[in-house]
Design a protein around this ligand. Structure first.
Ligand code: FES
Length: 69
């Protein structure tokens, strides 16, 4: 895979956060937070529909960015 291809953000989009999982991951890397706090601070899932929380958790785990509450 080329460097350019890796730049493409094809991660799922969370409407409630108005952000892609990739953007949420980048916020989490800049300021690591436990998952429940992440949902409120880095994402809008805590006050949103919550429908992508399970998927977001899996995404963060897969990228070594998941912190247990
Ligand atoms: S779409 Fe992500 S919490 Fe609603």
């Amino acid at each position: 895979m080329s460097a350019e291809a890796q730049e493409i953000d094809d991660s799922p989009y969370c409407c409630c956060s108005a952000a892609t999982f990739r953007e949420i991951l980048e916020r989490q890397r800049a300021q690591p937070l436990p998952f429940m706090e992440l949902l409120m601070v880095h994402a809008g899932c805590g006050s949103g529909c919550g429908s992508c929380i399970d998927e977001l958790e899996q995404y963060l785990r897969a990228h070594d960015a998941y912190i247990e509450d």
